[in-house]
Design a protein around this ligand. Structure first.
Ligand code: FAD
Length: 325
């Protein structure tokens, strides 16, 4: 019951100001956010590598309002990739990006942008082309250090644009990944399309507040869809990335991989920094590829609120932390 309320609050500026300023917030935020800067996240990447883990790095931020902020997001990723190169950590770390942070929802002009339409009516609003223009150099820089980028899935209204950008980037960088969400009715068809040779697809349950017209609302339905979709990915020719902390789905994922005759390096598990950390290490010790989604940066509000919404006990912990400060 609390999840949808917290997700609604995640879009409220008033709540953003209140929660960001509350004493005790930082202590709880630190559980999910690995640091504020590149300097703070580098030791986390090294520590993960020492434990046999890989990472996907997310510079937190979304819902930006100006093209300058979108360019700053691009530059933050380029700075990160530059540091990984200097430190020789490129092979251990890939990047996860939210296209909203790259300008996807801005009402930008559609001309003079990389990938923009020539002549005919644009298929998407201008922000789509701005996001493509901003994300392309990040994908290029990642490829130059031997790693790659995965496009996160945001709310359902953004997904046609995300998949079109994914397809466009894959023409030059076929290893570019994307995320699909089992709570959406559309995802089984998306998975069939994406389960092709060379594709990299992360399957998650989905973290946004979605209406019943487009998404399953109950956990059993979302979980059953997850299994059906994972089966499609495992039996396909792409590289499935199992993004979940759910012990039942992790066991099913292992079994589906076995049935599909996949070797341990032909799929991977992914979990979030700060959640079930002992399980990260256990799966890696069993020989699985385990990638930890590691978010860092200062604009953590939206990311943090989704983590609170996923587990009401986090809210209790947060409440206690604020009250005892
Ligand atoms: P759940 O049934 O929610 O959780 C299973 C168990 O995991 C819980 O019982 C609990 O023990 C633990 N757990 C789960 N969440 C938390 C939490 N927040 N705090 C503490 N314990 C917790 N969603 C998107 O919509 N788009 C994305 O691009 C996206 N990328 C993701 C990338 C990764 C690597 C992962 C792991 C998740 C991502 N998500 C994304 C979030 C995802 O959609 C789910 O909201 C989230 O993973 C919780 O679902 P679950 O599969 O872990 O199962």
């Amino acid at each position: 019951m609390l999840g949808p309320v917290i997700l609604a609050a995640s879009r409220s500026d008033k709540m953003r100001r209140f929660i960001s300023a509350a004493p005790g917030t930082k202590q709880v935020v630190d559980r999910f956010i690995a640091g504020e800067s590149v300097d703070q996240v580098v030791p986390v990447v090294r520590d993960a590598a020492d434990k046999g883990l890989e990472v996907t790095l997310d510079v937190v931020g979304e819902d930006i309002t100006t093209p300058e902020q979108a360019a700053a997001a691009r530059d933050a990723y380029l700075e990160l990739i530059g540091r990984l190169k200097e430190l020789g950590l490129g092979a251990r770390a890939e990047m996860s990006v939210k296209l909203s942070m790259f300008g996807q929802s801005l009402p930008s002009p559609t001309t003079a942008l990389d990938g923009g339409p020539s002549g005919s009516a644009p298929e998407f609003p201008g922000g789509h082309y701005l996001a493509l223009a901003n994300v392309r150099p990040v994908v290029e820089a990642a490829a130059a250090i031997g790693t790659t980028v995965t496009l996160d899935a945001e709310d359902h209204t953004t997904l046609d644009s995300m998949f079109a950008i994914h397809e466009e980037l894959r023409k030059d960088f076929p290893q570019t990944g994307c995320v699909i969400q089992s709570y959406l009715f559309r995802t089984e068809a998306d998975a069939r399309r994406l389960a092709a040779a060379g594709s990299r697809v992360r399957l998650v349950k989905g973290a946004y507040k979605e209406p019943a017209s487009v998404a399953y609302q109950s956990k059993p339905e979302i979980d059953k869809a997850y299994v059906r979709i994972l089966k499609t990915l495992m039996q396909g020719e792409g590289y499935p990335m199992i993004g979940s902390h759910d012990p039942r789905l992790i066991a099913i994922g292992q079994e589906l991989a076995r049935q599909a005759g996949r070797k341990l390096d032909e799929y991977e598990f992914q979990m979030l920094y700060g959640i079930r950390s002992e399980e990260h290490v256990r799966l890696a010790a069993e020989g699985h590829r385990m990638r930890v989604y590691t978010a860092y940066g200062t604009d953590w509000y939206g990311y943090f609120m989704r983590r609170l919404a996923e587990k009401p006990a986090n809210l209790l912990f947060f409440g206690r932390s604020v009250l005892t400060k």
